[in-house]
Design a protein around this ligand. Structure first.
Ligand code: NAD
Ligand code: UDP
Length: 336
C-alpha cells in the first residue's frame, strides 16, 4: 500500500511517516521544506531502516505534483502540508489562503484525475473557535477567529462538498488538539524557526538556557489557576491516530470527522510544574498580558475516535514532557 504524505518533513508528518513505515506501508513524501529541513528524512530512514522517495515540490505547482502521481501508483494521501502560524496568518492572510486552500485544491484535483480517492486531512481544534463549554465534541458549532483557522474550516467544507459530489471518496478530517513531545528516540521532534510561538518548545528552550524565561500570557482566565488550559497530546499518539483513520477509509468510502486529543486539560502553570517534575530542570517564568485571540479553555471529548477507530491517546503528560526534553537536549539547534 502506497501512501503519499504531503508535509512529511514537518513535525507531525515526520512522526506519522515513521509509524506508516513501521506498519509496512510504502510512503512518498512531498514537501517544499518551507518550514522543515531535509535532514529529517534521513532520520526517518534511520529510525525505520526503510527507504522512500522524496519530492521537494510546492503543492501549488500542479505540473510537478502531477509527476508524482504519474510516477507512483498511490493508494491514499495524508495531507499535512500547510502554513500553521496563527499570528503570521493575521499579517499575511493572502499567503495563508493561497498556500493552504489552493494547495489542497490542486492536490484534490490530481487525486480525482488519477482516481486516488482516499484522503486524511490535518484539521485543528481551532475550528471550534471559542467553545461555549468543554469537553468539545465533533458536533459543536464551528467558528474561527483568524485566517489560519479559516483555511482549516474552509478546507473541511471543500472536502465535505467533494464527498457529497462523489460518494466513492473516503475522507477523514482530523481535528488535532495541542500536539507536543517527540519520538522517544530523541532523533525527530519539533524544530520551530526562530523564537517558538508554542508553549512546549518555548519551555524546552528556557530549560536549555537558550531563552531567558517563559512569558505566561495572562493569569486572569476563567480556569483553575487563571492560566490558559489546553489538551496536550503526544505527537506519536497523534501519528498513530492517522493510521487508524486511514485504515477505516481504505476499507470503505465515508466522510469522517474526529477529535484527536486526550480529553484532559492542563493549564500553563500545570505544564511548567509537570515539565520540572519530569526533567528536573527549572523553568523561570513571568506573567505578562494576554496574547490577543487566546481562549480560556479547550479540551476534547475524544470518545468518538475511541468508539469508531479504536484509538485512544496512551502517553501521559510526563511522557510528553520527557520526550520533548530528550529531543531538545540531543538537538539543541534542531536539525541544523
Ligand atoms: P509543520 O510546519 O512542521 O509541517 C508542515 C509541512 O508542510 C512543512 O514541512 C512545510 O515545509 C510543508 N509545506 C507547507 N506548505 C507547503 C506547500 N505549499 N507545498 C509543500 N509543502 C508545504 O507543521 P505541523 O505541526 O507538522 O503541522 C502539520 C499539519 O497539521 C498542518 O496542516 C497544521 O496546520 C496542522 N495542525 C498542526 C497543529 C500543531 O499544533 N502543530 C495543530 C493542529 C493542526
Ligand atoms: N502560552 C504562554 N506563553 C507562550 C506560549 C503559549 O503562556 O510563550 C500559552 C497560551 O496562551 C495558551 C497555551 O500556552 O494558553 C498554549 O499555547 P500554544 O501557542 O502552544 O497553543 P494554542 O492552543 O494557542 O494553539
Amino acid at each position: 500500500m502506497k501512501i503519499l504524505v504531503t508535509g512529511g518533513a514537518g513535525y507531525i508528518g515526520s512522526h506519522t511517516s515513521v509509524e506508516l513505515l513501521n506498519k509496512g506501508y510504502e510512503i512518498i513524501v512531498v514537501d517544499n521544506l518551507s518550514n522543515s529541513k531535509v535532514e529529517v528524512l534521513d532520520r526517518i530512514r534511520e529510525l525505520t531502516n526503510r527507504d522512500f522517495k522524496f519530492y521537494r515540490i510546492n503543492l501549488l505547482n500542479r505540473g510537478e505534483l502531477d509527476r508524482v502521481f504519474k510516477e507512483n501508483k498511490i493508494d491514499g494521501v495524508i495531507h499535512f502540508a500547510g502554513l500553521k502560524a496563527v499570528g503570521e496568518s493575521v499579517e499575511k492572510p493572502l499567503e495563508y489562503y493561497h498556500n493552504n486552500i489552493t494547495g489542497t485544491l490542486v492536490l484534490c484535483d490530481l487525486m480525482k484525475e488519477y482516481g486516488v480517492k482516499r484522503l486524511v486531512f490535518s484539521s485543528s481544534a481551532t475550528v471550534y473557535g471559542n467553545p461555549e463549554r468543554v469537553p468539545i465534541s465533533e458536533d459543536f458549532p464551528l467558528n474561527t477567529t483568524n485566517p489560519y483557522g479559516s483555511t482549516k474550516l474552509m478546507i473541511e467544507r471543500i472536502l465535505e462538498d467533494l464527498y457529497i459530489s462523489d460518494r466513492e471518496w473516503g475522507i477523514s478530517l482530523l481535528r488535532y488538539f495541542n500536539p507536543i513531545g517527540a519520538h522517544q528516540s530523541g532523533r525527530i521532534g519539533e524544530d520551530p524557526n526562530g523564537i517558538p510561538n508554542n508553549l512546549m518548545p518555548f519551555i524546552t528552550q528556557v530549560a536549555l538556557g537558550k531563552l531567558k524565561r517563559l512569558s505566561i500570557f495572562g493569569n486572569d482566565y476563567n480556569t483553575h489557576d487563571g492560566t490558559g488550559v489546553r489538551d496536550y497530546i503526544h505527537v506519536v499518539d497523534l501519528a498513530q491516530g492517522h493510521l487508524k483513520a486511514l485504515d477505516k477509509i481504505l476499507e470503505k468510502p465515508t466522510l469522517d470527522i474526529y477529535n484527536l486529543g486526550t480529553g484532559e486539560g492542563y493549564s500553563v502553570l500545570d505544564m511548567v510544574v509537570n515539565f520540572e517534575k519530569a526533567t528536573g530542570k527549572k523553568v523561570d517564568y513571568t506573567i505578562v498580558d494576554r496574547r490577543p485571540g487566546d481562549i480560556d479553555i479547550c479540551y476534547a471529548d475524544p470518545s468518538k475516535a475511541e468508539r469508531e477507530l479504536g484509538w485512544k491517546a496512551r502517553r501521559d503528560i510526563q511522557d510528553m514532557c520527557r520526550d520533548a526534553w530528550r529531543w531538545q537536549i540531543n538537538n539543541p539547534n534542531g536539525y541544523e
